[in-house]
Design a protein around this ligand. Sequence first.
Ligand SMILES: Nc1ncnc2c1ncn2[C@@H]1O[C@H](COP(=O)(O)OP(=O)(O)O)[C@@H](O)[C@H]1O
Ligand SMILES: [Mg+2]
Length: 227
Amino acid sequence: MIEFENVTKSFGETDALHEANILIEDGDFVFLVGPSGAGKSTFIKLILREINADSGRILVDGQDITRFSNRQIPKLRRDIGMVFQDFRLLPHKTVFENVALAMEVIHATQRTIKRQVPQILSVMGIEDKADEFPDHLSAGEQQRVAIARAIINNPKMLIADEPTGNLDPDTAWEIMQLIDIINRRGTTVVMVTHAKDIVNRMGKRVVAIDHGHIVRDSVGGEYGYDD
Ligand SMILES: Nc1ncnc2c1ncn2[C@@H]1O[C@H](COP(=O)(O)OP(=O)(O)O)[C@@H](O)[C@H]1O
Ligand SMILES: [Mg+2]
């Protein structure tokens, strides 16, 4: 559960987010849309506590994370898988090693890693790519690796910032299907996107931000504006 209560975050004169209120329940699927500079990344960075709010409360599983000490932040982030437009894989590590690293960080045993990494690669349809380096993979395959890494530790939430932004339409749709499967398995998904076709086709909840204001929050919503 993620709840924003009157959350404001300013940078100088600009309110990147202005008195935002929103409730995202466990298992929800939310598309976050809006023009460039609207406040979408600010919204995500606040959930991750990469930045902190100036006022208001942000409750994650009932705890106000705006009041978290630096010591509490790693635990918060462990419950959140992140996927980015530019994949952010480590180029000098293999597919297996990229995913394994996320498990090593939480001190999983080598035995568990050797068992679980091939399983997740198989779910992502790239089990035969385990020993490849990222630059030998297509963009879609790289994003599959990034998603595998994001969910390997079973996070409660998956946050994706334009995950299909660098992909052709067919590949984008395949990646969308994977994210949908992850959501159906119970993971809450918040996905920032400019992919109008995908938003309209999926028929999920759409939250629109403009100039730091949440201007629309509709279930089974449409993208709803022209870029
Ligand atoms: N670190 C920062 N310093 C100054 N201004 C920022 C910073 N981060 C974001 N902003 C401003 O806040 C507003 C919202 O930005 P952002 O959340 O990145 O928008 P979006 O992700 O929707 O494109 C913009 O006006 C942007 O210029
Ligand atoms: Mg952004």
